[in-house]
Design a protein around this ligand. Structure first.
Ligand code: XIL
Length: 358
């Protein structure tokens, strides 16, 4: 090597060693460097749209089917499973090296009519539920790393909600509080002992009666060896300000029990007019602050291992129909896939997170 060449080579090496690491260009890059999962709910029916899939693969390292693993899609008739749409999600995830979260095996809503109107006895329902859980978990064994086993089983006061699985007529454990939830976790663990099993809930994110009830249930389950690995905090936010300290405190007490926490369905909806436009433009900044606060509350606790939004573009969000089009604009990307202030806030938080041991 000539001296001049060697000098240039050395300068290059020294310069690259001294240069600060390039700022992450996507949520995914930032999350990979931080050692956390950043995910989103997806609709396989949108996969033919190039901008949808390009954004999805670039920005996220985890996906969850928004509806494709619910009973009404997976189990359209008593004697038939349809894994087609959910398999598409799994194929997409594999092709892009993403993890898959499963959602959800036991819920009082989004069930097919053949089930809800079938007049089954508790004994029959118990067999149907067990078969559903086992068939689904076996089908996705090794592909789905974590499952929402039971979704939204508690009411605002922390009492077990009435549902087909609990007491209408239930699987034979009506009146026995969380016993049917426990049963579902046990069946799921038998079917796929390696999958992480989560209880997922809405409105129990901060401190209050509902989150106290979740905490008490998880504590009891851990104490008695019921196979539960995590709690999903949905975080569909409608408020203009959110008490993120209470969320951090709740995450801290849950993880202290030895379970993980995932933020599972984060979106922050804003009031919109009949034209679909925002009522107040500065809402986007407030929204960004809420996203920032939630991401920070998760990242500051090593037991909070995933942050997931409920969709990513305002073009496809459940908020419109569920609010009768009075709210919207809930997600980090606009309808035309432009990053919003919320996106920048999440990226900044992820980028400044301390790397976690894998
Ligand atoms: C919603 C989906 O986003 C909609 O597409 C569907 O029509 C209804 O369900 N809590 C949950 C999610 O656990 O499954 C719900 O998803 C939103 C509230």
């Amino acid at each position: 090597m000539k001296f001049g060449v060697r000098l240039r080579f050395l300068t290059l090496v020294v310069a690259s060693a001294a240069a600060p690491a390039a700022a992450p260009q996507s949520l995914r890059q930032a999350a990979d460097s931080a050692g956390v999962l950043v995910g989103t709910a997806v609709r396989p029916s949108q996969f033919p749209e190039a901008r949808y899939t390009a954004t999805l693969a670039r920005e996220f390292n985890m996906v969850e089917p928004e509806d494709a693993m619910k009973w009404w899609v997976l189990h359209p008739a008593a004697d038939r499973f349809d894994f087609g749409p959910a398999d598409e999600v799994v194929r997409f995830a594999k092709a892009h090296n993403m993890k898959v979260r499963g959602h959800c095996l036991v819920w009082g809503r989004d069930n097919p009519a053949w089930l809800t109107q079938g007049h089954f006895t508790p004994d029959q329902l118990s067999r149907l539920l067990r078969e559903h859980i086992v068939t689904t978990l076996k089908h996705y064994e090794g592909d789905v790393f974590a499952w929402d086993v039971v979704n939204e089983a508690l009411d605002e006061n922390g009492e077990v909600r009435d549902s087909i699985w609990y007491n209408q007529p239930g699987v034979g454990l009506a009146g026995k509080a969380t016993a049917y939830i426990e049963q579902a976790f046990r069946w799921a663990h038998e079917a796929d002992p390696r999958a992480l099993l989560f209880y997922n809930e809405a409105g129990g994110e901060g401190l209050g009666r509902k989150s106290d009830a979740i905490y008490a249930m998880v504590k009891d389950f851990k104490h008695r060896g019921v196979p539960i690995d995590g709690v999903g905090l949905q975080l569909h936010v409608q408020k203009v300000a959110l008490d993120c300290e209470a969320i951090a405190a709740n995450i801290a007490r849950l993880t202290a029990l030895g379970v993980q926490v995932h933020i599972t369905e984060l979106d922050v909806s804003l009031p919109v007019g009949s034209d679909g436009e925002l009522v107040r433009n500065d809402d986007l900044q407030r929204q960004a602050e809420i996203y920032r606060g939630v991401v920070r509350a998760c990242l500051q606790n090593p037991g909070c291992t995933a942050i997931q939004t409920w969709g990513f573009t305002d073009k496809y969000s459940w908020i419109g129909s569920s609010s009768h089009h009075s709210r919207g604009s809930a997600l980090p990307f606009s309808r035309d896939y432009q990053p919003k202030p919320a996106y920048d806030a999440i990226l900044r938080e992820l980028s400044s997170a301390k790397k976690r041991p894998q």
